[in-house]
Design a protein around this ligand. Structure first.
Ligand code: NAD
Ligand code: GLY
Length: 363
């Protein structure tokens, strides 16, 4: 078992990583001081099909009265309408301010269910049980919740830290290969910005195996936890480091119809663009850039952007990104593996060049 404590004063919580933990989740939640015995389990149809029964049994065995709320799988579910629909379902199921939300699924379920927990009766406790690599190494920790709107991704939401995060690496075994691989974009990002030694550990994984050591997941969570502890609300320029690869990545994601590209796939393209600008602006060594691109390729992540996704469309989405401040771009650059920083030197022209760079095969 690996344990990461996220130290945020009265909002502190534990992240437990342990094989088989899903079947013991009810007991683990019971051991915390979360109060009420009503739990609204929110999941998507795919994840619920594989894993909700074990979790419902475990909650019931620990004395909870759970209700199950299932959404359609995929990014298109991350909307205000879906959040309202879930809240109303929960009210009809008898939930109130003593209830808690349990989010079982990938980042979509986690962000949406977290948002529901933040607004339901002005805020109720949240337990995250992430089931994708993205959610296990990144989105379940740090308290960012929210939904998308037509104008862009994650533009509505709030901070609502989980009260407990339970990570069971065994849940990854049911992930299709594409969904397994996409998550490594976020793990490679963590290694790039803070922990270059982890690049070797990621390189040693087998993308066909669905096996990730609990310690490696915990190491990623610890990177994120330390950054969140230093800058919970992204006001001090530290948490922004986690946006490495995300400015252009989010722009690409917002420029195409939902379902065409997975989150991690768009972030892989965003990472390549950020590496290009890091070579241009802060002399990142070409070898370092090549080895990061090689790792993205190992996890079969895309590095070349389809001509059909037009540069002006992506640029239009970028303008609405939260990472813009008073019209200036706060862009994360890398001067060496393991060392990233926030810069304001990147221009609109740079962004356009970086997107165009993605049209060519890497050398
Ligand atoms: P996702 O939640 O859509 O999951 C991908 C697919 O895998 C879905 O079809 C889902 O049904 C399926 N799936 C999930 N777990 C499974 C399992 N164990 N077995 C079989 N199928 C399973 O996508 P994601 O990549 O996990 O998350 C992407 C979302 O996370 C985006 O909306 C992104 O904005 C958000 N995100 C949030 C943060 C944050 O800090 N809050 C950080 C990174 C990403
Ligand atoms: N995934 C970026 C953050 O949590 O800040």
């Amino acid at each position: 078992m690996s344990l990461v404590h996220v130290n945020l004063a009265e909002r502190s919580y534990d992240v437990v990583v342990e094989s088989g933990l899903l079947g013991r989740a009810g007991a683990a939640i019971s051991e915390t001081s979360l109060g009420g015995r009503r739990a609204a389990l929110i999941s998507d149809e795919r994840v619920a099909g594989f894993h909700s029964e074990v979790l419902l049994d475990s909650l019931a065995a620990a004395g909870f009265r759970p209700s199950l709320h299932v959404i359609a799988a995929g990014e298109a579910s991350k909307t205000m309408a879906q959040a309202e629909g879930l809240c109303r379902e929960m009210i009809r199921a008898g939930h109130d301010r003593r209830s808690l939300v349990v989010a079982l699924g990938g980042g979509v379920v986690g962000d949406l269910a977290g948002f529901v927990a933040a607004i339901f009766f002005r805020g109720i406790p949240l337990v995250q049980i992430p089931t994708t690599i993205v959610a296990q190494v990144d989105s379940s920790v740090g308290g960012k919740t929210g939904v998308n709107v037509g104008e862009g991704k994650n533009l509505l939401g709030c901070f609502h830290q989980a009260h407990l995060v339970l990570v069971d690496p065994q849940t990854l075994r049911t992930l299709p290969q594409r969904e397994f691989c996409e998550g490594f974009a976020e793990a490679i990002k963590h290694a790039a910005i803070r922990d270059s030694a982890m690049l070797g550990e990621l390189a040693a994984l087998d993308p066909d195996s669905r096996e990730v050591p609990a310690e490696l997941i915990a190491r990623n969570i610890a990177i994120k936890a330390r950054i969140v502890e230093a800058d919970e609300h992204e006001t001090r320029g530290i948490r922004a480091l986690l946006n490495f690869g995300h400015t252009i990545g989010h722009g690409i994601e917002a420029a195409i119809p939902y379902g065409q590209m997975l989150h991690g796939e768009a972030i892989a393209l965003g990472l390549r663009a950020a590496l290009f600008l890091s070579q241009r602006h802060c002399q990142l060594a070409p070898d370092a850039s090549r080895s990061l691109l090689g790792l993205l390729e190992k996890f079969r992540l895309p590095l070349v952007l389809d001509e059909e996704i037009a540069t002006p469309t992506i640029m239009g989405k970028l303008a609405r990104d939260k990472k813009f401040s008073a019209g200036k771009i706060r862009f994360v650059l890398l001067d060496a593996p393991g060392h990233a920083y926030v810069s304001d030197v990147v221009t609109q022209e740079d962004l356009r060049d970086a997107i165009e760079h993605l049209r060519q095969e890497p050398e």
